[in-house]
Design a protein around this ligand. Structure first.
Ligand code: PAF
Length: 296
């Protein structure tokens, strides 16, 4: 059954909170010949999410923004309980996305709606790459991500699904899942949106106080330093990034350069396109950032 809550404002998108409701809405749109996009989120929307929604509205007639804090992708000591949730604020932000007026519907199911029999027994496994970098720090995280994304793709059956570049490992794993499981959708990746100080937008930035934020700025600065040193090769780029992070007293988890096609760290002799990945803890908050560039 679909429950369409009262819009917070005239133009705020309606909210559907059931799987059956979304299926029925999508069926109606398909009958009308509409293309459908999905933007999966955990809510606490920021300009990065809104850029995904704006791009989705360029690619499709109807945009489903899922808002679901997925328990499967959080470890027992992680921030599932305190993860920021504010559906009214999310809807108000969505109402203001230029070019998307009238196109957006929110899908905000409860945990019981998504997992009516408790944690699902059937899971998508993310493989070896899913156990590296973010997956090494957060065991099981990517199995949880892929499982919920597979469910959302099964529910919405979108023509296109959109993700932010910042979560590069998630993008790699979702794209591989879509390819390997023959899921009939296209993955569209949207460039990272940054604040004026360079920090990549993230819902978890809300946890940072001014002092932590000053430390966090070293993360994008490290990527800039690596890019500037990249003509000197892999080791020079990595050394520049590490020096910037050390100077900013950042508690680094990893800083690495990977081959975007395999997501494996490249060796010193590598030349050409790479993706830099940085993960760090700043005042207890885990932050990640990334950029692609060429090493000489
Ligand atoms: O990137 C996120 O916010 C989440 O991992 C996602 C894709 C919405 C799955 O819960």
């Amino acid at each position: 059954m679909t429950s369409a809550a009262e819009p917070a404002a005239e133009s705020a998108p309606i909210v559907i909170d059931t799987v059956a409701g979304v299926r029925s809405a999508v069926a109606g749109w398909r009958d009308a010949g509409h293309r459908v996009a999905l933007v999966p989120t955990m809510g606490s929307l920021h300009a990065g999410h809104l850029a995904l929604v704006a791009r989705a509205a360029e690619l499709a007639d109807r945009v489903i923004v899922s808002v679901f804090v997925n328990p499967l992708q959080f470890g027992p000591s992680e921030d599932f309980a305190r993860y920021p949730r504010d559906l009214s604020a999310d809807r108000a932000l969505l109402a203001g996305v230029e070019g998307a007026a009238g196109a957006v519907t929110v899908f905000a199911p409860t945990v019981d709606e998504m997992y009516p029999s408790g944690p699902v027994e059937t899971r998508v496994t993310a493989g070896d790459v899913g156990a590296t970098f973010e997956g090494a720090a957060r065991p099981g995280h990517f199995d949880g991500v892929l499982t919920v994304v597979a469910k959302l793709l099964g529910i919405v059956t979108p023509d296109v699904v959109l993700f932010g570049e910042k979560d590069a490992q998630q993008v790699f794993l979702v794209s591989r899942m879509v390819r390997e499981l023959d899921i009939a959708t296209t993955v569209e990746v949207v460039e990272t949106v940054r604040d004026d100080d360079g920090l990549a937008l993230s819902s978890r930035n809300a946890y940072l106080d001014d002092a932590a934020r000053a430390v966090a700025r070293s993360i994008p600065a490290a990527i800039t330093a690596a890019r500037e040193a990249a003509a000197g090769g892999v080791d020079a780029a990595l050394a520049a990034a590490r020096a910037t992070l050390d100077a900013g007293s950042v508690d680094v988890d990893y800083v690495t350069l990977v081959d975007a096609s395999t997501f494996m760290a490249v060796g010193s002799e590598h030349r050409g396109e790479v993706r830099m990945l940085v993960a760090a803890r700043v005042s207890g908050t885990r932050l990640i950032d990334t950029a692609a560039f060429s090493v000489g």
